[in-house]
Design a protein around this ligand. Structure first.
Ligand code: GH3
Ligand code: MG
Ligand code: MG
Ligand code: MG
Length: 300
């Protein structure tokens, strides 16, 4: 299996021999990350939440595995990472306690390498499926770009970030001009092709990794541009408008044709980012003005 596709397992155990054996058992199919105590495990998780599974020893000096699990569950960024206890605490009471704390599984020491391997791979299969479902839940089925659900989540996050950092956040709403007429003239299937092409070029028009474009609904798309002021927002929006225009998709039924065009309304919030609905309403008002002023333009 290629390295980048490997799932990532964090092994936390104070005994070197256990870390070595578990690593040897798991490393062919997974990327194994080792921590020799609870503090090290939590430090690692603080900088790297992209861990798929944690194998956690209970008996460790300073912080025991139960406490490590409590902290993992108390943190939103890590609470959904499945944890398997692997411990010499072997009574039924211990196992019950571990499972009640939220561990997914409980393996006694001494352990059978083959059984550890099988339990880990069973659990990782569910993790893979959950990630796939999460990805699909955030994608628009037609265009395959982020959908409104993913957009809403991202916008809330960016608003929070902007409030903490004092950096501006820009939001732009894009709507295809006379798209009803396009469908009426060329057919709905052809309209779908336009939506797919528009989604593709808009995604290509993003400039920074944190920028996002999503399908907001029907023929409307939205941009979130973190740390972007009015000038930067206008640049992205104008570039998006131009790239659609330059595609020169015929639109004989457009009152401002002969090609498919878009109108864009944008807002930049600095400090006054109170809530998402307010920002969206303001972007929509700007979009309305862009339409009123003749379409195929940006209004900010
Ligand atoms: P305006 O320039 O004012 O935006 O005019 P418009 O015709 O684009 O606006 P209106 O909101 O009246 O029409 C939007 C159209 O978008 C109507 C609908 O059929 C079309 N539409 C929405 N979702 C889809 C879709 O998934 N596929 C296709 N082909 N068309 C869609
Ligand atoms: Mg131990
Ligand atoms: Mg519309
Ligand atoms: Mg429209």
């Amino acid at each position: 299996m290629r390295g980048e596709n490997k799932q990532r397992v964090l092994v936390v155990d104070d005994e070197r021999v256990n870390r070595t054996v578990l690593s040897a058992v798991l490393k062919d199919e997974n990327q194994v990350i080792l921590a020799k105590n609870g503090e090290q495990a939590l430090e690692r998780l603080a900088i790297d939440a992209e861990i798929d599974l944690i194998l956690l020893d209970v008996l460790m000096p300073d912080m025991d595995g139960y406490e490590v699990l409590r902290r993992i569950k108390a943190n939103d960024a890590t609470k959904d990472i499945p944890v398997i206890f692997i411990t010499a605490l072997n009574t039924m009471g211990d196992e019950e306690h571990g499972l009640n704390l939220g561990a997914c599984d409980y393996i006694g020491k001494p352990f059978s390498p083959a059984i550890v391997k099988a339990r880990v791979s069973n659990l990782l299969r569910f993790v893979r499926q959950r990630k796939l479902l999460e990805t699909l839940a955030g994608r628009d089925g037609l265009t395959e770009i982020p959908n409104r659900r993913a957009f809403d989540t991202a916008l809330e996050q960016e608003i929070g970030r902007s409030q903490r950092s004092g950096q501006p956040v820009s939001l732009a709403m894009l709507d295809i001009d006379y798209f009803k007429q396009f469908n009426d003239h060329y057919g709905h299937a052809q309209g779908d092709e336009v939506l797919k092409a528009v989604a593709r070029v808009l995604t290509g028009a993003l400039r920074r990794p944190a920028d996002m474009v999503a399908r907001y609904g029907g023929e409307e798309f939205v941009f979130i541009l973190p740390d972007t002021d009015v000038r930067g927002g206008l640049e992205v929006a104008e570039a998006a408008r131009q790239v659609i225009e330059s595609m020169a998709i015929p639109h004989a039924a457009s009152a401002i044709g002969p090609h498919v065009s878009v109108s864009i309304g944008g807002v930049t919030a600095i400090g006054d980012v109170s809530h998402a609905p307010g920002l969206l309403r303001r972007a929509d008002e700007q979009l309305y003005k862009a339409k009123q002023k003749g379409r195929n333009r940006v209004h900010w």
